[in-house]
Design a protein around this ligand. Structure first.
Ligand code: DGL
Length: 272
């Protein structure tokens, strides 16, 4: 492995761009290649075996590009397929977003009452509950699947009364006083950070809303540094975006997730 090789990032769709953004802010000189499996999205409502099969295929595609590290920028794929990935691609550093997300929530919470919202598959697997328990055993973690947030975000509907109404339906019972209110909302799906404004309207101003993007970027940096694989370059790294369906749509909505306009030349259609 050489430091000049790119870092690969994978998500079922565009959500992982929120992780790429944090990583590019922290390590601007690194080359990055991103794959969004938009043809098969959503992963979060699919069965375990299917998620593992799709994720392994996507990883194989990314590895064709001679990458030095694989970041699974998808909670569903991390929660379900991380052991299978590490078994199949032994020797390659592979990081997921669940441990960093759990760390962000454990750090943020004062009263140890944390709500994690994610896809059905992530919640059903209990990965977040286990990850938080490893860091803060006394914490109480309540999980809730918020399936509709994924298509809303992929549609570019990030705020407004409709999104708030759906968020209210999913979360109101948890955040209504006088129950012992959680003080931290963990966005356990990389599609959710753009919906933050709408979520804020529902949970109120006192709840901390955290996600895994910044802590994942921190972990990637630590991991690369420990292997002497950090690229020290003054010039900005190259970015490539692969999508398995409809590049025009990827450019349109992906730009919202990334916070900058994607260029045609950066996005390629690939088959897995
Ligand atoms: N972005 C994925 C995650 O973090 C979920 C989207 C999907 O259901 O495919 O869990």
């Amino acid at each position: 492995m050489k430091e000049t090789q790119p870092i690969a990032l994978f998500d079922s769709g565009m959500g992982g761009l929120t992780v790429l953004k944090a990583l590019a802010d922290r390590l601007p000189g690194e080359d990055m290649i991103y794959l969004g499996d938009t043809a098969r999205l959503p992963y979060g409502t699919k069965g375990r075996e299917t998620i593992i099969r799709y994720t392994l295929k996507a990883a194989r595609k990314l590895l064709e590009n001679g990458v030095k590290m694989l970041v699974i920028a998808c909670n569903t794929a991390t929660a379900t397929a991380l052991p299978a990935l590490r078994e199949h691609f032994a020797g390659l550093p592979i990081l997921g977003v669940v441990e960093p997300g759990a760390l962000a929530a454990a750090r943020a919470s004062r009263n140890g009452r944390i709500v994690v919202i994610a896809t059905e598959a992530t919640i059903a697997g209990g990965a977040y509950q286990e990850a938080v328990a490893r860091i803060r055993p006394e914490a109480v973690v309540l999980g809730r699947a918020c399936t509709l947030f994924v298509p809303l975000a992929e549609e570019g509907w990030m705020d407004g009364p409709l999104v708030e109404g759906i968020a209210r339906r999913y979360l109101e019972d948890i955040f209504t006083p006088p129950a012992a209110r959680p003080d931290t909302l963990l966005l356990g799906c990389t599609h959710f950070p753009p919906l933050q404004q709408a979520l804020r309207q529902v949970v109120g101003t006192r709840v901390r809303i955290v996600d895994s993007a910044a802590t994942t970027a921190e972990r990637v940096q630590q991991e690369l540094a420990s292997r002497s694989l950090l690229r020290e370059s003054a010039s900005p790294g190259r970015r490539r975006f692969l999508t398995t369906d409809n590049p025009a749509r990827f450019i349109r909505t992906g730009s919202l997730f990334l916070g900058r306009a994607l260029k045609d030349a950066e996005v390629e259609l690939v088959d897995l």
